[in-house]
Design a binder for this molecule. Sequence first.
Ligand code: M6R
Length: 607
Amino acid sequence: MCGIVGYIGDRKILPIIIDGLKRLEYRGYDSAGVALVGNDSYFIKTKGRISLLEEKINNSYIDGNYFVGIGQTRWATHGEPSDLNAHPHIDCNGEIFVVHNGIIENYYEIKKDLIERGHRFLSETDTEVVPHLIEEYYEGDILKAVLKAVNKLRGSFALAILSKKERDKIIAVRKESPLIVGIGKNENFLASDIPALLPHTKNIVILKDGEIALITKDEIKIFDMQGNQIGIEKMEINWNLEQSEKKGYKHFMLKEIMEEGEVLKEVIRGRVKDEKIELNEIKDKDFLRRVENIYIIACGTAYHAGLIGNYILTDLLNIPVKTEVASEFRYENPNLSKNSLVILVSQSGETADTIASLRVAKKLGAKTLGVVNVNGSTIFRESDEVLQIFAGPEIAVASTKAYVAQILTLLLFSVYIGKIRGDVDEDFEKFIVGEIKRVSEFSEILLDKKDEYLEIAKEIKDLDDIFYIGRLLDYPTALEGALKLKEISYIHAEGYPAGELKHGPLALIEEKVPTFAISTDERVFEKIVSNIKEVKARNGKVYSIVRDDFKGIIKESDRSVIIPKTHIYLSPILSVIPLQLIAYFTADLKGLDVDKPRNLAKSVTVE
Ligand code: M6R
């Protein structure tokens, strides 16, 4: 969750570290700090945002010739956000500097032992044991000391380490939490996520689990946890700097929603040709014929996309399909065999619970398919098969464009596997391809209705509770609409299957508790009319997100946002757009920090 940045080279170090931290601030933002080492050392940290760190830096004395630097922006796990708990952490002599992302599970025993040996601790963090352990093992070689130290640690960690005694190197360690080395000319970089590297280089090395990098100005060497040097695998990033910047939008979230039309075209590029869907990335096509059951595993918004995939796969195939949140699945005893397919949906590809589920599935012999945005991420690398969603960098904590790309990718996959298994015929494929080709154009119509969303946002911004209801494929949309609103506007919102309202939640409906009713499926259109009437009878206001031909719903609603008619498999892509934008405008009208909502972070790399 925390963001880590490192730089070694001849340029001014501090601006590079600060710029990198700002680009990673979405990963965590309760405190921040930097350490620079050269002829002297400079070390500063603070509770609060990076802007506060900059203020502190401007008011501090910084003079010296520095060769190397690291920085971190934190999302607190152990120890509240405070100046002392902010990273970097240091050893007793202030010679070793460490920044960390992850959790060190056995820190308590280690800390106790180190205190008995005379080490002095300043913070409540788990991280602080690392510089002290390195100090304990240091005998003139920082790499050897780090190796000994990390072999004592349990848990997940990405670490960047500097030593005043060896001023020409950064040591980086990856166990579970992501770290990427950026390759420059006479300079090298380190970051926990790609956006920090984009202004400097597109050539990278993604550290694998259990790898340690020794980074100097001119060289990168990779070792395993036993200290054996291993080969490095370089790759090129296919994102550009512009994609990771706001491009004049007030917030990344708004920019990312407005990109959805283009993203939908990217998802199908090269995959939809003439009237056919071809997923050439799938290597083992024969396996798709043998699949006996499918699990879809994900968290948060990706889980809602999974529910939509679940519906479509169940509708098209004659096999059981189940979708579960990763934090549950990883501890269950799922019915997996060598003919099971487990689909892991994740924007970041680094969500700890989803990675753990992937590993459980592999251990139980199932085939795994990652539906991932970030190329080179853990789920991308460890899945047997991968479908990239091509949404480009998603910076706002609230996931939006990745969601529509996940749904469309899952739809492509569902039709493709259906075709391979003989469950989908040519006529249906041809028809659905036609609808798929139009979805981007339809999305643009909805992206253009900002004034309508703003009006609704004005009406709901001061309320405390809101319900979202839908049936069938509109139910995951209700869940996603509620999640979007609550995570960025802090208004309590709940998504419900519309038929469930009268089994409890209806007790809460009154004048100040409105309901968003999503309705795009004619099979249950009349049922939704009844549900809306139930709400209206309790003085609840109703906003409907509704297909253009459902006049009965439009008539019953206080306000309606009209959705173009498309096939039910595609309507969740369209109906979520108004809900995303209403959530955005509501949070913005409330003056909240839309891109960095309280208590949250972009990729949840701890359990
Ligand atoms: O990177 P992932 O897709 O695996 O992330 C999953 C969730 O953490 C994520 O969707 C989260 O729920 C977002 N804040 C939702 O907007």
